[in-house]
Design a protein around this ligand. Structure first.
Ligand SMILES: [Zn+2]
Ligand SMILES: [Zn+2]
Length: 276
């Protein structure tokens, strides 16, 4: 079994490079075809939670408020209808860590029939780590890493998500603290994720970023494997052409570290299937 459990349902990029959110069955079919062409058996759509006006309550920075205009019911209905028709698709969402607003966000998401919820940390304080200059212009590298992983530990333990997305996103720009600090943070987050009983994704998105590497680092994945943490595979595609991209790299990493199974989620319940 090969899954791609992280992607954003978008239309073709416009002349300005923007990729519009397109929540239609036609768009779903494009992704399903792309997945089949790359040998991916099942995909999950995991749109960013801040794109939906139903979640407006929890946002207060312009980046989120400007995007919070789409209809969550429409998105859910399209994916559920595709699932009903027998397409190998799952309904998910990429849920940002929102600190003390997490209970409110969980309450807003509770009524929907999710197959899986990804948990992500994209900001430290209120500044992005995945945009430049973002938090990198404000804080030393080690402080960014420490705060990022502290948030990730809290997110894992929140009970609100099933899979940790791009687990070491802090390396996105290639900036890293010293090896001892990296090892300490890997150790701490692996323990927190294992204690929480959530899975992590192996994401090929990092190959398209300045760091040019899969998330997570091999030593971190080894620590997770040793503690019995399960995995999914993820492209984080923002367009159908990226579904299943570079999965040979993700699968090779998983096997090198000793993984033989992959997690499959239906109705937020996990089962293990042979990997590959
Ligand atoms: Zn993300
Ligand atoms: Zn994503």
């Amino acid at each position: 079994m090969i899954v791609d459990y992280h992607m954003h349902l978008r239309g073709p990029a416009g002349p300005d490079g923007a990729e519009p959110l397109v929540h239609t069955l036609d768009a779903v079919e494009r992704y399903v075809e792309a997945a089949a062409a790359r040998g991916v058996d099942e995909i999950a759509f995991t749109e960013h939670v801040y794109y939906f006006r139903q979640t407006r309550d929890v946002w207060h920075i312009p980046y989120h408020l400007e995007r919070c205009v789409h209809d969550l019911d429409r998105y859910v209905d399209v994916v559920v209808e595709a699932r009903r028709r027998g397409f190998p698709v799952r309904l998910g969402l990429e849920v940002d860590w929102v600190g003390e607003r997490r209970e409110r966000l969980a309450e807003l998401l509770a009524p929907y029939p999710w197959d899986l919820l990804l948990g992500s940390v994209h900001e430290v304080g209120e500044l992005p780590i995945d945009l430049e200059p973002g938090v990198w212009g404000e804080l030393p590298v080690e402080a960014v890493w420490r705060e990022y992983f502290a948030a990730l530990c809290e997110l894992a333990g929140s009970g609100h998500v099933d899979v940790i997305a791009h687990p070491d996103l802090a390396k996105i720009s290639g900036r890293r603290p010293g090896a001892a600090v990296v090892a300490e943070l890997h150790e701490r987050v692996a323990a927190a994720i294992a204690a929480a009983g959530v899975a992590v994704e192996i994401s090929t998105a990092g190959l398209r970023k300045p760091v040019g590497e899969v998330y997570p680092d091999e030593p971190l994945l080894r620590g997770l494997r040793e503690r019995g943490v399960a995995i999914t595979i993820a492209s984080d595609a923002h367009g159908s052409e990226l579904v299943g991209e570079s999965f040979d790299r993700a699968l090779a990493l998983a096997r090198r570290v000793g993984y033989e199974t992959v997690s499959v989620f239906h109705g937020r319940r996990r089962r293990q299937e042979p990997l590959g």
